[in-house]
Design a protein around this ligand. Sequence first.
Ligand SMILES: [Zn+2]
Length: 511
Amino acid sequence: MKRSFVLLTILCMLAFTYAHAQQLDLILRNGTVVDGSGSPGVKTDIGITGDRIVFVGPAGKQTAKRTIDATGLIVTPGFIDPHTHTAADLSNPKRAQNAPYLMQGVTTVATGNDGGSPTHIGETLAKWNKQGIGTNAVLFIGQGTVRSEVMGMSDGKPTPAQIDRMKTLVDTAMNEGAIGLSTGLYYAPGSYSSTEEVIELAKVAAAHHGIYDTHMRDESSYNIGLIAAVRETIRIGQEAHLPVMISHIKALGADVWGQSTEVIDIINAARKAGVDVVASQYPYTASGTSVVAALVPRWAEADGKLVQNLHDPALHEKLVAEMTENLHRRGGAETLLMTSSKDKTIIGKTLAQIATERKESPVEAAIEISANGDSSVASFNMKESDIEAFMRQPWVMTCSDGSSGHPRKYGTFPRKIHQYVYQEHIISLETAVHSSTQLTAQTLQLKDRGLLKAGYFADVLVFDPKTYNERATYEEPELLATGVRFLTVNGKLAIDNGELTTVMAGKALGH
Ligand SMILES: [Zn+2]
């Protein structure tokens, strides 16, 4: 009697468990599943329950609360962007949904790159979780942010006490959930830091198993040159003992066009020697920067005296000479397109057009724009052959580096697949997906993301290969992409039948 009761109880529990296992939330049927690993796509199904993928394979007779027919569609892991400028958007309830990214199929963004981040990492992550965000997000602690906390915009060498103070700030940020240290050594104040100074701080990130992300000191021929900047990055990885990510790798300007070959050789050799070096890239021939960053020498920005220096007659000749050289490096005044500025009359014009209208030299016009609050620019300075050479490397991820005024914030991920996979056949779909998913998840050390695999988080993208493309242009950089049919973030539909929902299913992820 007693034994049969026990048996019955066990049978009931098994039946309940079995029935419960069938209570899937969502089944995606018949899609071409490109799982992120780089292996060939297969036609199959995916089951999701809660925030996790339950299975990838034939669903058979299993049912779910919602079934989506993905016939003719591509199913991939949600894309992961290792370099964005979304921190302000995510903190603003009106923009926290991160629609420009969701509409590209991006489910996780990193931000705090280029050496600039929120000062308080823990507070920011907590705020995002409390207020709600549309994509998942991780944060770097910026070396420029840390340096200016301690030294302002000084171009001097830090004292041992200042170094200690900076190390403490990095340590605190890492404890609070930063995934690593970012630098912008091309920009002030990062440009004022020696390699040794950066290594000291990178060692602190390394002690927390973080990574090093860099906008390198030079992507062109401004100071040490592209090749030396790559070597500096590798040295930082070697001496601080941590993985390094070269952000938005490129050969900027005619002086260094073609140097992608040498850069690739150096990185491959370093990787062979055991240094963990990867890079990210956006698929555009124009970079996005500002007139000051592109043309004004860094010494003119020191100690916050930019406007004063720009107007100083004693410095004028030196300034014009150096800016003329920088303008030449960029490719001339026709290659700089104003994309957003306080002065609305210059938007949509090239520096050449502005100079002609004002009847002055391009450098004089650039000085005025710089002194008058600066302007964002799209700077057409890259060669397609370098872009393609970098894109083919198995260690190059997709990143948007999205910033206002450049279509890359709204179009990077679909553009890469539409243009470089479907139109020009530079890389395969599987490679493009891998470079936007698993490779990035591994680099950023995201647990259980970046693959379509049982047990992984259900960040899943379903797009239509016929319509998946960017719409944003340099003239209209804020047009949302098309072709994403469905997108789940942590199992919840952020895009349903091509339309954004109001769900804010993203999580601020710690380290
Ligand atoms: Zn950058």
